[in-house]
Ligand binder design. Structure first.
Ligand code: ISL
Length: 545
């Protein structure tokens, strides 16, 4: 099971590298960077969706599951990318969006035509209640999760944007279509499937009103963990996935420590899930744009809870950022005075934790959040819809913008910063999204040639992790410490590693237990040794004797 020891690098294709100067990243741009990706010491690439899409939600609204998005290139380009990855002993995990399609997909174009159309039940259609939607479910992207369609005077369900109608997995014909499209890509030789919002594919078909105003509670109780979720996953595994050497990674908003193992097992379930315990920790009842303070106590507890969940069976993924969340160094670290140290600290956490680490492109050089000066600069439907609702409710733009700059997805979607040339070497055209202004000093080329850069520290970490499988397979034992110190053991057979992370701007004492331990420093983000103290954002990995 290669994926248990693998380190995965996530690429958001629109923003990685543009090879034909149309201002949008593309597959040939990734091909140009294959040797760079290999140089990181990672084992696999998770590629966000590359399929034909009107791009209402960054490609997560697919209008043809068998075609490559023309802006990204051709099927021949995809085949060349896959070959290029495999030639470098790198695996490819593609991102399939099966909870919903685009409204421009042929299936939906047919489905909306009439109540008797053979594709009608590929989606969920219901009459309204008077002039109201069928129930009170909110969309992930603000507003109602139902949209009225004039042609048949009924509403269709869309948990996300109105251009992302939910697919009806109750319909065996639809499930057959989904298995067929998965088989197409598995037959091409992809090594993994990241299954978007897989936790929501089984609907409570009575569509009961939600009884809570807390959005993440609504996800847990009404959108995810539906009555047939295990059945649909097991059917795909038995009919299809078991026939291939493929890793399945389920994106599982709403999946909890209590039920995660229901969906994870080698024979009948997924191989891994992305859980969101830490990612939703600072989201208040209103969701993403309703930020609430978070504490290191909560952050550490999330890691303990999920390590305990997967201690004996199942398998976890570990991530601190992706295309849906702010840059990890801005969110969890200090992207100002201590950007370099805190970026290295966060990468140390990622690469010493149990479970498969997923690193988001640009986090290996400590890329930071961007600042929108006005909401109109956002390219993200989640932010734009959120603003439309908030402004109608009287929220000022300054207030909303503060939340969007703290928590919005635009932060993670600015182009990769390669060098100091125009647009950071990402494109010679006009970038679809402005490059972060700090690219002049924050870029791959500068860090590639500086021994103590974040990039080269990341390369040391991947080498360390691959050389010591105590990190991938060892047990996890947190140490009780001061709130901002995150310290834990990793143990396997005779090997014992001790990791100590100072999540603060303050100099602080080394925890007594750590100070007293017989140990040898293996790696750290300060070049010298402070012995009894931990400097601001200091990360140290010790090997216990
Ligand atoms: O952004 C979020 C709201 O807080 C996340 O919960 C996220 O929307 C959710 O986990 C599902 O994300 C996935 O599906 C979305 C797509 O916009 C995201 O980019 C994708 O990662 C709809 O396909």
């Amino acid at each position: 099971m290669w994926w248990k020891e693998a380190i995965v690098y996530q690429i958001y294709p629109s923003s990685f590298k543009d090879s034909d100067d149309d201002g949008v990243g593309d597959i040939r741009g990734i091909i140009q960077k294959l040797d760079y990706i290999k140089s990181l010491g990672v084992d696999a690439v998770w590629l966000n969706p590359i399929f034909k899409s009107p791009n209402d939600d960054g490609g997560y609204d697919i209008s043809d599951y068998y075609a490559i998005q023309p802006e990204f290139g051709t099927m021949a380009d995809f085949d060349e990318l896959l070959t290029g990855l495999h030639q470098r002993n790198l695996k490819l995990i593609i991102d399939l969006v099966l909870n919903h399609s685009s409204d421009e997909h042929e299936w939906f174009q047919q489905s909306r035509q009439s109540k008797t159309n053979p594709y009608r039940d590929y989606y969920f259609w219901k009459p309204g209640k008077g002039d109201q939607p069928p129930n009170n479910w909110p969309s992930f992207f603000s507003g109602s999760a139902w949209e009225k369609d004039a042609a048949t005077d009924e509403y269709y369900l869309h948990l996300f944007s109105r251009k992302q109608p939910d697919l009806n997995w109750e319909n065996p014909k639809l499930r057959d279509e989904v298995h067929k499209l998965m088989k197409f890509w598995l037959d091409k030789g992809v090594d993994g499937l990241r299954l978007d919002v897989i936790s929501a594919i089984s609907k409570r078909t009575s569509f009961p009103d939600t009884d809570t105003n807390d959005f993440n509670e609504t996800i847990r109780k009404y959108y995810s963990n539906g009555p047939r979720l295990r059945e649909f996953i097991s059917e795909a595994r038995e009919k299809l996935w078991n026939k291939y050497d493929v890793v399945t990674v389920g994106e599982g908003p709403g999946i909890t420590p209590a039920n995660a193992l229901d969906y994870l097992d080698e024979k009948r379930g997924l191989n891994m899930i992305f859980h969101f315990g830490h990612m939703f920790m600072d989201q208040g009842p209103g969701g993403r744009f309703d930020p609430v303070p978070w504490t290191m106590k909560d952050f550490k507890q999330v890691f303990k809870t999920w390590n305990d969940t997967f201690a004996d069976r199942g398998w976890g993924s570990v991530f601190l950022g992706n295309h849906d969340f702010p840059r990890m160094v801005s969110r969890w670290g200090n992207d100002g005075q201590y950007r370099e140290q805190s970026a290295k600290l966060l990468l140390t956490l990622l690469l010493t934790m149990r479970g498969t680490p997923f690193i988001y492109m640009g986090d290996e050089i400590g890329m930071t959040n961007t600042i929108l000066d006005s909401v109109s600069q956002s390219k993200d439907i989640e932010t734009l819809n959120g603003w439309a609702v908030a402004s109608a409710q009287g929220t000022s733009e300054a207030t909303f913008l503060k939340a969007a700059n703290y928590a919005g997805r635009d932060n993670a979607r600015t182009p990769m910063q390669w060098n100091t040339s125009k647009h950071a070497g990402y494109t010679s055209g006009v970038p679809w999204m402005p490059v972060n202004k700090n690219y002049q000093w924050l870029n791959v080329e500068e860090q590639d040639q500086r021994e103590t850069s974040i990039l080269n520290y990341f390369r040391l970490l991947t080498t360390l992790r691959k050389a010591n499988n105590v990190f991938s397979h060892g047990t996890y034992h947190p140490i009780e410490t001061a709130p901002n110190i995150f310290a834990y053991y990793r143990e396997r057979a005779q090997e014992k590693m001790l990791i100590v992370l100072n999540f603060s701007d303050q100099v602080t004492n080394l925890p007594e237990e750590v100070h007293a331990a017989q140990k040898v420093k293996v790696i750290g983000n300060y070049t010298d040794d402070a012995l009894q103290m931990l400097r601001p954002w200091e990360a140290v990995v010790y090997k216990r004797n």
